[in-house]
Design a protein around this ligand. Structure first.
Ligand SMILES: Nc1ccn([C@@H]2O[C@H](COP(=O)(O)OP(=O)(O)OP(=O)(O)O)[C@@H](O)[C@H]2O)c(=O)n1
Ligand SMILES: C[C@](O)(CO)[C@H](O)COP(=O)(O)O
Length: 236
């Protein structure tokens, strides 16, 4: 049987840097919440057999949403098992899917931030295309385009960092489900900010796949302007 693709969307954060009254994934932009845009983009990809969203155990927002028809899909799983960090939410989500026998060891699991609601179709397809027999994993990423400065402890420039070979990691990040689960169970999650770094700690090094500048993460309030323009562009 050929490998299946499954997506997991960590959405249990509070959005402290975004600074809204509610978690940023529930902020409404261009007609619906950020989270619903993200889920809609993933569910539109027929190669994904399932999309699971990981919410905080005390999330009171998702249940209050009126789900549009596209979201009333058997492919969408809602899990209330988020943790204190993104990595914990991902680990708990995989554990829940595995316990419910929804995920098979060799399935490709694509972990995608709820806060990246403008994932372009072509970027997702480039990532899926990387899943061949030689692939241990792949992530979307962008080569660093700006000059990089290392700061001193007083906030002055210490030196300019050589940016050659440096990439900014995006999501989705795609690994075999069992391998990612094992990695997240073995590493100290405290310093893990993405799935690839958990795999690196196991000696597994993912392929870098060209991401897209439009696949930005809604992090600060000022990001909302660009996200709104992108979502309204109808060209993702
Ligand atoms: N305990 C957490 C923390 C984060 N996330 C999710 O991980 C993604 C990327 O995290 P980030 O942008 O840092 O979101 P927040 O943690 O919510 O933001 P902040 O760090 O500003 O509080 C988001 O979709 C967020 O909901 C999660 O599922 N569980
Ligand atoms: C996973 C990630 O999107 C890769 O760029 C990013 O690390 C998540 O953001 P956080 O601020 O580290 O939670």
């Amino acid at each position: 049987m050929s490998a299946r693709f499954f997506a997991l969307v960590p959405a249990a954060g509070v959005g402290s840097r975004f600074g809204a009254q509610i978690p940023k994934q529930y902020t409404e932009i261009a007609g619906q919440s950020v989270l619903m845009h993200t889920l809609q983009r993933l569910l539109a990809c027929e190669a994904l057999v399932g999309v699971a969203v990981v919410l905080s155990p005390d999330d009171g927002y998702f249940g209050a949403l009126t789900l549009p028809e596209w979201a009333q899909s058997e492919r969408l799983q809602v899990l209330y098992c988020g943790g204190d960090s993104r990595a914990e939410s991902v680990r708990n989500g995989i554990a829940a899917l595995t316990a419910g026998q929804m995920l098979q060891d060799q399935d490709w699991l694509l972990v995608h931030d709820a806060a990246r609601c403008c994932l372009p179709t072509m970027a997702l397809e480039r990532l899926l295309a990387a899943a061949d027999a030689d692939c241990v994993g792949a992530i979307l990423a962008l080569p660093v385009a700006d000059t990089l400065k290392k700061q001193t402890h007083t906030g002055r420039i210490d030196h300019t960092v050589d940016r050659s070979g440096l990439w900014q990691a995006q999501t989705p990040q795609m690994f075999r489900a069992a391998a990612l689960q094992a990695a997240l169970n073995q590493v100290d999650l405290q310093h893990i900010t993405d799935e690839a770094s958990a795999m690196e700690a196991q000696g597994v090094f993912a392929q870098l796949v060209q991401g897209d500048v439009r696949n930005l993460k809604l992090t600060l309030a000022q990001d909302a302007t660009l996200v709104e323009l992108l979502l309204n562009s109808g060209d993702l």
